[in-house]
Design a protein around this ligand. Structure first.
Ligand code: HEM
Length: 423
């Protein structure tokens, strides 16, 4: 708290915490989201994470880059990933069979990591046994250490004190980030060589980054953005899957409905194909409701580039604003019995009754999540595959029993209580 006061006093960073009960923007035209600039709280992480998400040097470059990458997220490209999601879902089913004391978060992240490398990285990478779990742990450790030290990191004044007290943490943080980056550098380098030698063309993200106009992208920026995408894709979807399976374990009636839908629409044996996915309406509602209760990126931020009038208040130019999606999603004013897991909140007639701004797991506005459709597609395939093979159970009686923590993405402070029994 003292550190926060220091920050405020020197006027470097003003953090405004907006919780929905007081947020005006969500009622009006969401003016805050008109500002494409991300907040500047994390810029001190630059030496460790690199220019992830353009957090440090936000420039006009973001727009052409986003435009360039959007073509890798067109439905035709995303739909072509369905067999890859299915294949990797089957591997996850095998891994669940061998799971002993592992944290379900790490195992689920194994799925999203493999699927990301194969879809966005154009590579069927052979992971050593236990390698994906190790990487998942590294991503989490990096976030945990950075999260524990966020005030120190973000206030450069305390650098000396921080180095002195937390040098071991810093080393662990750098090592954990490097473990992930090393894998991605290898994938990037191998693909670059392949392209140089064979010049194949594709709509895959990595190819677009490698072949991009160097005026928009330097080679280093292309590699960094590949890392950004991997960070943004892997533990968001992986953690969502872990929460979703746990919620199904807590609600056997809902789980039965999911199973019944899969049985009726696809059956139990054949591969899941892209044309099956629109039929999985209940699975979709379960995914949406999971993301309401557990919006995996629970806090997002903006930096005001001019004065913003929100109702009776004015947020001045040059302010960092943190917006708590978790508070929006669990607020009683907007959701009846907000802590109850009820997928039917996402029936079309229920959705029509409320403003879209009450539900923003992928954010909104120009800098919303570019991977939304990819994530939903991947989750649908993996949920359907896992539920075909396993029955989940959990001893939790309420979501409040899950003690949450987060820096960029959210998970629990403890292993999740979710058991999987083969059907
Ligand atoms: C359940 C899964 C996911 C959730 C809940 C999620 C959520 C979010 C949120 C809340 C943001 C912040 C937007 C803002 O600040 O307004 C974001 C940004 C982003 N996400 Fe996702 N995400 C998910 C999966 C993915 C996937 C699978 C990818 C890529 C394949 C991805 C790529 C990105 C990128 C690149 C950004 C930055 C966009 C920009 O600044 O232009 N995300 N995501």
């Amino acid at each position: 708290m003292v550190f926060v006061q220091v920050i405020l006093a020197v006027g470097i960073v003003l953090i405004v915490m907006i919780v929905l009960s007081t947020i005006w923007s969500l009622h009006s035209k969401r003016p805050i989201f008109k500002f494409a600039q991300k907040y500047q709280v994390f810029d001190k992480f630059h030496p460790i994470f690199g220019n992830l998400l353009e957090l440090k040097d936000f420039t006009i470059q973001w727009k052409p880059k986003r435009k360039l990458m959007s073509k890798n997220f067109r439905p035709i490209t995303l739909n072509s990933f369905t067999p890859v999601f299915y294949k990797n879902s089957k591997l996850l089913v095998e891994e669940f069979g061998d799971m002993k004391n592992e944290d379900i978060f790490d195992v689920c992240i194994g799925y999203t990591l493999r699927a990301f490398i194969e879809t966005m990285g154009h590579k069927n990478h052979h992971f050593q046994p236990g390698e994906t779990s190790k990487i998942a742990k590294c991503i989490d450790l990096g976030q945990r250490i950075a999260g524990d030290n966020i005030v120190k990191y973000t206030s450069g004044y305390l650098l000396f004190f921080w180095i002195w007290t937390d040098i071991m943490d810093l080393i662990k943080l750098i090592k954990s980030v490097m473990a992930f980056k090393t894998l991605l550098r290898q994938i990037f380098g191998e693909r670059e060589k392949e392209i140089r030698e064979n010049s194949p063309t594709s709509n895959i993200l990595l190819d677009s980054l490698i072949q991009a106009d160097r005026k928009v992208y330097t080679k280093y920026a292309a590699y960094t953005d590949f890392v950004t995408f991997a960070f943004a894709a892997v533990d968001t979807s992986g953690n969502t899957l872990a929460f979703l399976l746990t919620l199904l374990g807590m609600h056997p009636d809902i789980q039965d409905k999911v199973y019944k839908e899969i049985l009726e629409e696809i059956g139990l044996d054949r591969a899941i194909e892209v044309q099956d996915l629109p039929k999985l309406k209940y699975v979709e509602r379960v995914i949406f409701e999971t993301l309401r209760l557990f919006p995996i990126a629970p806090v997002i931020g903006r930096y005001t580039t001019k004065d913003v009038i929100c109702g009776t208040q004015t947020i001045p130019k040059g302010v960092n604003i943190m917006i708590s999606i978790l508070d929006v999603h669990r607020n009683e004013r907007y959701w009846t019995d907000p802590l109850k897991f009820d997928p039917d909140r996402f029936l079309p007639e229920e959705i029509a009754k409320r403003p879209s701004s009450y539900y923003i797991p992928f954010s909104t506005g120009p800098r919303n999540c570019i991977g939304k459709t990819y994530a939903l597609l991947s989750l649908k395939v993996v949920v359907a595959t896992v539920v075909r093979h396993y029955r989940m159970s959990s001893n939790y009686k309420s979501v409040e029993e899950m003690d949450l923590r987060s820096l960029f993405t959210m998970r629990t402070t403890h292993n999740l209580d979710c058991q999987l029994t083969p059907r």
